[in-house]
Structures are given as structure tokens and as C-alpha cells.
Design a protein around this ligand. Structure first.
Ligand code: NAD
Length: 453
């Protein structure tokens, strides 16, 4: 439940609690983030001019690509008159030893007071690889610490993220450029303090603004929250969507699917024939037997300390959040070996969370399964990735006690909870060809939770 719908006295209490916690802990003051409008494909990519720091062919190639997207690109550190930087891209692909980064990183430091609200800092560097000399590995490995620390220093909704390129991936490859485009845009509003590994080359989408045109996507748990928003964003990006949810949520499921001209399937994903039912539904009607993208979003909470956990509370969470995903993909991937799968994990599955041993097991298991599916689906031309949301404002998290909810909002580098659209945009990015170089990865959408990673 959003704070605005609380009764006035509780709203006042919430505000006061916010202020007290923020001041006492030196946390970030929340600002309105620059987000996408799911109904529009026509938003400017960045909030202002883009500075590219670095020299040499890779930095030139990045600047050239940004020009192609009609951005106002600068190579000169002087801040643009009466404008703030919408983004700063730091190209570090040529680092060979510690110390070589200093000039560029310090130049970046000089721009930070001139960032626009929700500005982006994005590094492009090479991942540490087997056989790297120690000095090379030290320089490359250092970039992650820079990005994670800077994310915690930035204010006003600005974020710091990085792209880590595998040995065979060029800066000019669509896989790199596609990831850069996501990180620069308002689509990554709640992605902060992390490095996205781009490990393979990819094809550019025919249309960057509708990269899923002609594809068929299945989304489970589509009736509300993150699932409903994912349906809207995938449809905006051009996909035909089949939305799945339990019969009890049939009315809201139908409303969401009607909104986007999609199809609703009332189905409990723990049913033994769930995979077969999905296959049967995409075999006919507008889908014509296609199934390109599968989003495992349905999930439940049954929070209890382990000492008090009843068997049903453990078993139902594992069944819905984990076992059903594995069973459905096993059934579906046989018929659609090039499937692009995105599974909803959680930061609770990464950092752990009190009262969530069952949920933590299920979400950590989702990450394990994603890593196992990645090479299997890649063999058929597909991919498997996970999205790990932090605290997102949905009906699921509205059931968390008020004080705990406020703390969950506050302990992120952006000082607030995320919105379903933030997660939906990350899912749609991973579904699209522009993320074709990312496989077996976990993309956190958590505003950089200060607890855990
Ligand atoms: P939500 O409770 O608002 O929506 C979940 C949807 O899944 C509901 O429509 C529900 O009916 C459906 N569902 C539940 N069991 C099902 C079943 N057996 N078969 C078919 N559908 C079923 O949840 P949300 O907040 O939108 O979360 C979506 C996903 O994101 C979940 O996997 C959740 O664990 C994950 N997640 C959410 C948050 C958050 O802060 N909201 C954080 C981390 C991860």
C-alpha cells in the first residue's frame, strides 16, 4: 500500500519516522527518480549531455555510438553551460596495471557536483579472466569496488553501474552497446552499484524502441504487482503476451491482459501439467506455436522464524517460487530450445533475511537453477538470467509491518523503495536482443541495498 493511501495520522508518523531514521543513520534523502512511462517509447535517453571520459579507439567508438543515438556528447571535461551532465561514461577497457585508472577516475570525481537528477555514471571495463597477469587482474578487479562505492556516494537519484566485458566482446558489439543503452536510460532507475557481465556477442535489434516485435512472451503471476507491470512493458516493447495466474485472480488477470491485447490463462503453476497447459495455449490463436520469452514471476511469502515454521509454510514457498519454475522450463524448453528465460529471484536470496529461510532458500535456488539453465538454453540460442528485486512497493510488501517497511525503503543508496515498473524494465531488457550478451547473470533491482551486497 503506498504511503499516500494511509490515514493522515499514520502518514504523519511515517514521514517523521523517515526523517528520524535518515538523519540518525546518515542515509540518502529520497528524490523522485526519472522513470520510464510504460505507455511511451519516445522518452529522451538521458537527462542531459553525456560526457565520455577516456581516449583511444574504445572511447572514440562509444562517443560515436552515442552520437548515433542523437545524444549531446562531449569529450571535454568543462561542464556544459547552464546544464548538468545527464551521464558520464568512463572507458577503462585498456587498463593494464593499477595506477592507470587514476587520471580518468579523478576526472570523473571532478564532474560529480555537476550531475543532473537521476544522472548515470557508467564504467566500461574488462572482466578479470583466467590467466590474467596479477597487475592486469588487479587493475580490472578494482573497477567493481569503484562502482559499488561510488553508488553509495551519489545523491539526487544518480546511479553508478558498470559493464564488464568478456575477452571476446568488443566495445562496439551490439551486446555492449545494448547494455550501455539500458544503463544510461530511465529504464534502469532502480539499478545501482553493480557490474553487468557481457560475456558474448549479440545482434542489434531491428528497432531499438520495440526490440521484442513479433515475439511471444509468457509471464506468470501476471494479475498484479511486478507481473502485471512486466506484461505492460513487454507489450510496449512489441511482444504478444500470455499472462498466467491462479483462478482466484482471474478477474484482475483478465483486466491486465485486455489492457495490452494479450491472452489470459488461469492456471496454478504448481499443477503437475502446468508446462503442458502453457504449451497447449501458445500452440493456437495469435501465438501460432511461438514461445520466445518465459518470465517466472509468480511468487509467495510465508514469513516465519525457522523455529516457528510449519511444514505448509516451508513447502508452499518452495513449490511456488522454485519447484514450479524448474518443472515448467523443463517441459517448455524441450519444445522451445532457444527460450529466453528470466526468473524473479530476490536480494533475500543473496543477502539472506530474518524470517525468510523458506523464501531465501527458494530465491537462492532460483539463482542456482538460472546458472544451470544458462548453458543448456544457450546451446539452442537462448539465455537464462535472474532479476533480484530489493524492496519494491507492491501488495506483497504491503503485508510487511510498517516500521520494517520504512527501514527496507531507507537502506538503499537511493533512499526509497522501487516500483514494479523498475523491475519490469529490467526483465524486458533481459528479454530483448540488446541483452543478448548476458547469460547466467543476476541483475539486482534494489537501489543498491546497503544491507548485504
Ligand atoms: P504479488 O504478491 O503482488 O504478485 C504475485 C502474483 O503471483 C499474484 O498475482 C499471485 O496471484 C500470483 N501467484 C501466486 N501463486 C501462484 C501460483 N501458484 N500460480 C500462479 N500464480 C501465482 O508479488 P510481487 O511483489 O509483484 O512479486 C513478484 C515476484 O517478485 C515474486 O516472485 C516475488 O518473490 C519477487 N520479489 C518481489 C519483491 C518485492 O519487494 N515486491 C522483492 C523481491 C522479489
Amino acid at each position: 500500500m503506498p504511503t499516500s493511501s494511509l490515514p493522515a495520522p499514520l502518514r504523519g508518523l511515517t514521514k517523521q519516522l523517515n526523517r528520524t531514521i535518515t538523519q540518525a543513520l546518515g542515509l540518502t534523502e529520497a528524490v523522485t527518480l526519472r522513470r520510464t512511462d510504460p505507455a511511451s517509447v519516445d522518452q529522451p535517453l538521458t537527462a542531459g549531455p553525456v560526457l565520455v571520459i577516456g581516449s583511444g579507439p574504445d572511447a572514440d567508438a562509444v562517443a560515436h555510438q552515442l552520437h548515433e543515438w542523437h545524444l549531446d556528447v562531449r569529450r571535454n571535461l568543462a561542464a556544459p553551460t547552464q546544464q548538468r551532465w545527464g551521464a558520464v561514461v568512463v572507458v577503462l577497457t585498456d587498463l593494464e596495471a593499477p595506477g592507470q585508472e587514476a587520471e580518468r577516475v579523478l576526472a570523473l570525481g571532478g564532474t560529480l557536483r555537476e550531475l543532473a537528477r537521476s544522472a548515470r555514471v557508467v564504467t566500461i571495463s574488462r572482466a578479470v579472466a583466467d590467466g590474467d597477469a596479477p597487475a592486469l587482474a588487479a587493475a580490472r578487479g578494482g573497477v567493481a569496488g569503484l562502482v559499488r562505492s561510488l553508488g553509495k556516494e551519489l545523491r539526487q537519484g544518480a546511479t553508478a553501474n558498470g559493464i564488464e566485458l568478456g575477452a571476446d566482446v568488443a566495445v562496439t558489439d551490439p551486446a555492449t552497446i545494448g547494455t550501455l543503452r539500458f544503463l544510461l536510460s530511465a529504464r534502469s532507475a532502480f539499478v545501482d552499484g553493480q557490474l553487468l557481465p557481457v560475456t558474448a556477442a549479440a545482434q542489434a535489434p531491428a528497432d531499438w524502441t520495440r526490440p521484442l516485435t513479433g515475439t511471444v512472451a509468457v509471464v506468470t503471476g501476471a494479475a498484479r504487482g511486478i507481473g502485471a507491470e512486466t506484461v505492460r512493458v513487454l507489450a510496449r516493447d512489441g511482444a504478444h503476451v500470455l499472462g498466467v495466474d491462479v483462478p482466484a485472480a482471474g478477474e484482475s488477470l483478465a483486466a491486465v491482459m485486455n489492457e495490452v491485447g494479450g491472452v489470459a490463462l488461469q492456471l496454478d503453476i504448481t499443477a503437475p501439467d502446468a508446462g503442458a497447459r502453457i504449451l497447449e495455449r501458445v500452440a493456437r490463436g495469435p501465438f501460432q506455436g511461438r514461445l520466445d520469452v518465459l518470465v517466472h514471476n509468480a511468487g509467495i511469502l510465508r514469513d516465519k522464524l525457522l523455529a516457528n515454521m510449519k511444514p505448509e509454510q516451508w513447502e508452499s514457498v518452495i513449490a511456488v517460487n522454485l519447484a514450479a519454475q524448474v518443472a515448467i522450463t523443463t517441459a517448455v524448453a524441450q519444445a522451445h530450445p532457444g527460450l529466453v528465460q528470466i526468473s524473479l529471484a530476490s536480494t533475500s536470496g543473496i543477502a539472506g533475511n530474518r524470517g525468510q529461510t523458506n523464501y531465501g532458500f527458494s530465491k537462492s535456488g532460483v539463482i542456482g537453477a538460472t546458472q544451470a539453465w544458462a548453458p543448456v538454453l544457450a546451446a539452442g540460442g537462448g539465455r537464462a538470467n535472474a532479476v533480484a528485486p530489493g524492496f519494491i512497493e507492491t501488495e506483497m510488501t504491503a503485508s510487511i509491518p510498517l516500521a520494517q517497511r520504512e527501514i527496507s525503503r531507507r537502506v538503499s543508496s537511493l533512499g526509497q523503495g522501487g516500483k514494479p515498473v523498475d523491475v519490469a524494465e529490467a526483465v524486458a531488457f533481459l528479454a530483448s536482443p540488446q541483452a543478448g550478451g548476458i547469460n547466467g547473470a543476476v541483475l539486482r533491482v534494489c537501489g543498491q541495498n546497503l544491507v548485504g551486497r
